[in-house]
Design a protein around this ligand. Sequence first.
Ligand SMILES: Cc1ncc(COP(=O)(O)O)c(C=O)c1O
Length: 395
Amino acid sequence: MSESPEGGPGPRVIYLDHAATTPVRAEVREAMEAPLGSVFGNPSSAHQAGRAARSLVDEARDRLAAVLGCRAREVIFTGGGSEADNLALRGVAATRPGKGHLIVSAVEHEAVLETVRALQAQGFEVSELPVDARGLVDPIDLRDALREDTFLVSVMLANNEVGTIQPIRELVEVVRGNSAALFHTDATQALGKLSLKVEELGVDLLTVSAHKAYGPKGVGALFARHGVSLEAQVTGGGQERTRRSGTENVPGIVGLGVAAELAEREREAEMGRLRELSTALTEKILALVPDARPTGARPPLRLATFCTMAFPHVEGELLLLRLDRAGVCASAGSACASGSLAPSHVLLAMGLDPELAAGHLRLTMGRGTTPDEVERAAVIVAREVAALRQTPVVA
Ligand SMILES: Cc1ncc(COP(=O)(O)O)c(C=O)c1O
């Protein structure tokens, strides 16, 4: 694979792994220059250097609050999506000394699933909601799972392996009609792709992460509705209104604010463009590999950036290696799951045969994706699948 002088992918490389991460856009890099340079003060310092940094953090908070349609004080900056998920789940659970019951979907990201497993080990009870073949949770299953002691429901807005969009508003209504439980949604994959207005969604807690929307890595945020009690998981100097201590990552926070604002501003036009490209990519691959099986939901119940399918009789990890060598950056499912040969919990929950799940490919588009890249990628995918099918797999 050709690499650019800075060590990044070269100009001929087709990057189709935007669900794993995205490049930091120029406007975001520019906005981050001041806090990486002259505006270096500690936002907690009362002097002018500190106040200058504080005002950058405040501005970023306002920008993100506008995207979420919430009050600035309801935004808690964190060290990414995983930390925001942990804060939501552990933070709420810590306020329930009497223990109790949580509900999550079977297709959540590990940041949610591993966290509820840890809570389970502490004595909390957890129910996992099944999904159908498209990856969708049934509101009736949620209603049936609610108990008197259910205090938190966490269902993601959009899935990171297949892009399925959950009916969050409907699920929230089921909770409101039957329980006093809080509702958290992991919207990490949805920033810039779906509206994240918290009033429309109806949620109490919502997670975002900058690096999935052309912002920097290692910074995210949790929306926590005013009045939701949450125990800090990082304690110390009391930053973020005591909900997340630690000197603020000012450049990262500034980057998140600008990235979120731009992503939201461009959302509708860009998603229209990418919807066409992902549909074209799916159709082209299917025309060349007719037995490929598209996975996940169909539009509009799927993020516009996702094209996912399983290839029978293909070892997905080998396909990824070959695609990489041919200049296509792709993934099997989640970035964290690749490299391990364990079948994806998401695909298994959707009822996919484990053998088919092993031949899964996720192609995710973004701002830089062009019709020409889509054309080339389809041909390369089809060629590499055909080549693998002719190569006997050594047991
Ligand atoms: C749905 C979902 N939740 C949480 C995360 C974790 O976010 P971060 O990488 O910012 O910790 C990811 C990242 O892959 C994700 O896709």
